[in-house]
Every structure is written in structure tokens, then in C-alpha cells.
Design a binder for this molecule. Structure first.
Ligand code: ZN
Length: 414
């Protein structure tokens, strides 16, 4: 048996089993009693519901992951990748168009297969716990817009990479890297004005107590803003959030309308101060730089494997091509990608603690951050006792109990 095939099948299976193990341990880590820190926001019924929600989401993702793994492995074993390659070659188009057709068909098939799952998640799972506010027409329009957006952006990326790997010689991977970074920076730049408004409505926050409090805080910390907006998050879900979009001076704050509805002015300022912390502490810049480095690593590794006959043999391919090589490389990359996710989760969770501390320090009000976190976790039915393996594999934020405890220590120290 081909060594590449063994590595790919073993890592797909290992990733799937690791997910199942994490779900199992996560279920076992649930405790019947509410952690004392949360006794004021979780009543026993809400606490039981949060555990039920965690279980239901885990079951759902277990089924989804199993389905995806089975489909990919079956496609490999029955020679589906070669079959599709022969089919897209039949019309005799140029190599770049043939490649675009190949990757586009796989992308479209993936989207169509995932659509029932995403509909189930929205209209059955989220609905059962009272989160869903998405109407069927919003859902369908979202899917349509995402497909168009992915075709335009993904399509241009694929065409660029296919041309560069064919024409740019031994250092093609450096050109691809530059090209991909330029596209992604461009997207970040236009996201607040061109892309996000396709999905949500952003209205400037009206004058009043909240706006003055946010402006006073921004002024005090010397944080420049080009706007404070309210986003109609309630169009899709009752869950709340806040985030920044745009780069440098075009930075804007977006507050979910659901967040404004639920929280006091002090709590919203505390949440915002946490986001300001990410910017002021250089987290956003670091994330950008590591993202760029990671893209470079991917293209470099890709260039090493694109011409390897063994990799194509693993998939039973009659012809070698850049387009199929790209897909195979990403399957081969599964274990590295998993390691990268774990590593970036580790860094991201450390950043979250730092941003919480920044919020407490600059607002002088750790209590509002604590109560905001507690309200959010009750509202979103967060799992209060996740297993460390699950945190390690999936969490970009530390478990909320740890965040609250870290903030409480600051209150105690003050
Ligand atoms: Zn954060």
C-alpha cells in the first residue's frame, strides 16, 4: 500500500477518533451542581438546559464529522478523484479552466452536502433551545450569498495559484504566498464596507448614555475609532457578541443589538475594553503576522509535494496536475493543520486572559466584566465545565469559569 495513502487515511481516522474521544470526556466532565461563581445567573433549570445544549451540539457535530470522514475516505477508496479529473478534462479546456472546474465542482459538492446539516442546526437544534430567529428566506439568501462570495474570492485565488504554480518556476510558492496574503489583506480592508453589509445591517449607535460612555473610554485610552455601529444580530440568533472590523484608522466597533438589549452600560464598556485590549496589546497584529507565516508554510510545503508521483498514485490518478495536487496536499496536511489549531488555540486563550485583565485595569471595574461574562454564558447556555481535551482541541477562549476566577483574583487584589 502507498505510504501517502496510509498517512492520509490514518490521519483522517485519527482526527475523527480524537473528536469522538473529546466528546466522550466532555460529557463525563459534566457535574450535577452549579459552580458557586455562577449560582446567581444559572438557576438549576437553566444549568440543566446548558448541559442538554452541550450534549445536543456534541451529538450533532459527531454525526457531521462522521459523515464528512466517511464521504472523503469513500471518495478516495472508490477512485472518485480520478473519475472527476477525467470528467473535467473531457471538454478539452485550458489547464487553468480545467483546474478551476475540478476544484469548483468539489467545492460545490461540499456546499450542497453540508447544506442539510446547516439547515438542521439552525431550524432544529438552535430552534429547540430558543436561539434561532433565522427565517427560511434569510437562510437561503445567506447560503446563496456565501456561494457567490466564495466563488468570486475562492475562484480568483484558485486561478492565481494554478497560473503561478504552472508558470512561475521553482519559486512559485513565494509568488503564491504574496498573492494569497494580498488577497486576504484586501478582504480585511473591504470587509466592513463591502462584505459584512451583505449579511447584516449596521446602523450608527444613537447618541445617549452608551455612546458617551464608549467615547469617553476610547478617549481615555487613546483609542481611535472611525465609528460605533449596532449590528442586527437578532436577525439570526438571540446570542450576543461584539467585535472590531477593519484595519488601522478604519477600525469600527460593531455591537450586536442582542448585547445592547441584555447588558448595562458598564458591562458593554467592559466587553468593549476587552476588545480594545486585543488591539492595544498587539494581539491583532500578532495574529496577522502568524497568519501570514502560516500561509507561507502551507505554500512551501505544497511546492514540495505537488510533483510527487506517489501522492497522485495514492488517489489512483492517471494524470498529474496542479489542481488535483492542491486538494491532495490539503488532505496530507491534516495532522499539521490539527497541530497548528491546537497551538493557535493555546496562544489565543492566553491573549483572552490578557485582554480581560486589560479591561479590568483600564475601566477600573473588574466586576462589570465578570457580570458581563456570566450573563453572556447564561444567555448562550455555555458549558461551564468543559474537559481539558475539548478546550485544547476546540476552544479559542478559556472556559468562562477560569476567566471569572482570574478576574475575581484582581478584585480581591484591589
Ligand atoms: Zn477576546
Amino acid at each position: 500500500m502507498n505510504a501517502y495513502l496510509i498517512v492520509i487515511l490514518a490521519s483522517l481516522l485519527a482526527a475523527w477518533l480524537l473528536g469522538l474521544l473529546s466528546d466522550l470526556l466532555n460529557s463525563r466532565a459534566m457535574r450535577p451542581s452549579i459552580p458557586p461563581e455562577f449560582a446567581d445567573v444559572f438557576d438549576p433549570a437553566t444549568y440543566a438546559r446548558s448541559q442538554e445544549y452541550t450534549r445536543a451540539t456534541m451529538r450533532f457535530s459527531g454525526v457531521t464529522e462522521t459523515f464528512n470522514t466517511v464521504v472523503v475516505i469513500a471518495l478516495i477508496l472508490v477512485g472518485g478523484f480520478n473519475w472527476l479529473d477525467l470528467a473535467v478534462r473531457a471538454p478539452g479546456l485550458s489547464p487553468v479552466l480545467t483546474g478551476l472546474l475540478y476544484i469548483g465542482s468539489l467545492g460545490l459538492a461540499g456546499t450542497l452536502l453540508s447544506m442539510p446539516f446547516s439547515a438542521y442546526r439552525t431550524f432544529v437544534l438552535e430552534n429547540r433551545f430558543g436561539f434561532n430567529t433565522t427565517t427560511p428566506s434569510t437562510f437561503l439568501l445567506d447560503q446563496l450569498k456565501s456561494v457567490i462570495l466564495a466563488s468570486v474570492v475562492g475562484g480568483s485565488l484558485v486561478v492565481g495559484v494554478l497560473i503561478l504554480f504552472r508558470e512561475a518556476g521553482p519559486f512559485a510558492w513565494i509568488w503564491c504566498w504574496g498573492f494569497a496574503v494580498a488577497v486576504s489583506l484586501g478582504l480585511t480592508y473591504v470587509a466592513p464596507t463591502w462584505i459584512l453589509p451583505l449579511f447584516n445591517k449596521f446602523t450608527p449607535l444613537e447618541d445617549g448614555e452608551l455612546r458617551s460612555a464608549i467615547e469617553a473610554y476610547a478617549e481615555k485610552t487613546g483609542f481611535e475609532l472611525s465609528g460605533i455601529f449596532v449590528m442586527d444580530g437578532s436577525r439570526r440568533s438571540t446570542k450576543g457578541n461584539a467585535f472590531f472590523t477593519g484595519l488601522g484608522k478604519r477600525r469600527r466597533i460593531a455591537l450586536f443589538d442582542t448585547l445592547i438589549h441584555d447588558m448595562t452600560v458598564e458591562e458593554i464598556v467592559a466587553v468593549l475594553a476587552h476588545e480594545v485590549g486585543h488591539a492595544k496589546l498587539g494581539h491583532i497584529r500578532k495574529r496577522l503576522v502568524t497568519g501570514i507565516a502560516r500561509t507561507g508554510l502551507i505554500f512551501w510545503l505544497m511546492s514540495l509535494f505537488l510533483n510527487s508521483r506517489g501522492l497522485f498514485d495514492a488517489f489512483g490518478m492517471e494524470h498529474m496536475s496542479v489542481h488535483a495536487g492542491l486538494i491532495f496536499f490539503f488532505l496530507l496536511y491534516t495532522p499539521i493543520s490539527l497541530a497548528m489549531t491546537v497551538l493557535s488555540g493555546l496562544i489565543s486563550r492566553r491573549h483572552e486572559f490578557q485582554a480581560d485583565a486589560f479591561s479590568a485595569r483600564t475601566t477600573g471595574d473588574a466586576r462589570s466584566m465578570i457580570s458581563a461574562l456570566k450573563k453572556l454564558s447564561a444567555r448562550n447556555l455555555s458549558n461551564l465545565t468543559p474537559h481539558p481535551l475539548t478546550v485544547w482541541l476546540e476552544y479559542g477562549h478559556p472556559p468562562v469559569l477560569q476567566r471569572v476566577r482570574a478576574l475575581k483574583q484582581r478584585v480581591g487584589a484591589a
